[in-house]
Design a binder for this molecule. Structure first.
Ligand code: GLN
Length: 242
């Protein structure tokens, strides 16, 4: 049995629409796979030893919460970017995803510089993009449908043509409601607007992160879980949207 450590960034501030459920999903799946998983909470100002971390997670947040965290987050940018480049898995949902780019311009006009990891920016525009969403993605080389729920005023635009979205919007809005892109995929880092939480209804994505973590720990996990219930939940949303 190996011990996996997942850093939960700003759990008291960045955690909308059940996003913490992504961590519960990863922890349970790892336990069902015979492994141990510790969720380490990282609050404003806390030190995080990314060398002893197998993945990081940050949930969504309102404009106010984003304003409370962006400066602390930027103090971590150099170490975090190096870790992402080295393949550290990460999942950033909605408001967290927005802070991976150059800036987020909030509804009140406040401009929050982001981590500037990627050539993208986000601007809040009138009317929120709300509802269930269905995208098609390629996860670990296999075409996969991904379902979730979105609720954001920010519209994210890619300024770097090399950036790859997580997927293509089939139903719903995605990054900006215009270009049919949703989220971002870079090495083992995923940014996405999909709340829900995202992972329990999309086991293929949960296992993408588990495989990435296991590979970096040089552990092979051959057990396949019975995803019968998860598949039913996934198909319910797909049917509703198709
Ligand atoms: N405050 C951001 C927006 O409205 C992010 C919201 C969220 O994380 N759900 O776009």
């Amino acid at each position: 049995m190996a011990k996996f450590v997942i850093a939960h960034m700003y759990p008291d501030l960045m955690n909308l629409y059940g996003d913490r459920g992504n961590l519960i999903c990863l922890q349970k799946r790892l336990e069902w796979l015979g492994q141990e998983c510790e969720i380490r909470k990282c609050f404003l100002g806390d030190q995080v030893d990314l060398g002893k971390t197998d993945m990081f997670f940050m949930g969504g947040g309102s404009d106010r919460e984003q304003e409370l965290v962006f400066q602390d987050l930027r103090t971590r940018s150099e170490e975090l970017w190096q870790a992402v480049q080295d393949g550290l898995p990460g999942l950033c949902i909605c408001g967290a995803y927005q802070l991976l780019g150059e800036f987020y311009k909030a509804a009140d006009g406040t401009i929050m510089p982001g981590l500037a990891f990627f050539g993208l920016h986000t601007v809040a525009e009138p009317g929120r993009l709300i509802g269930n969403i269905l995208i098609e993605a390629e996860i670990d080389g296999s075409p996969s449908s991904i379902v979730g729920f979105e609720n954001h005023g920010g519209r994210t635009y890619f300024d770097d043509p090399e950036l790859k979205p997580l997927g293509k919007v089939l139903r719903g809005f995605g990054n900006n409601g215009k270009d049919k892109t949703e989220g971002l995929l870079y090495r083992n880092l995923v940014g996405s607007y999909l709340h829900g939480p995202l992972l329990p209804k999309n086991p293929v994505l949960a296992d993408f992160f588990i495989h990435a973590m296991a590979e970096r720990k040089r552990i092979s996990i051959d057990v396949r879980l019975d995803d019968g219930i998860e598949t039913i939940a996934h198909q319910q949303v797909e049917k509703m949207l198709a």
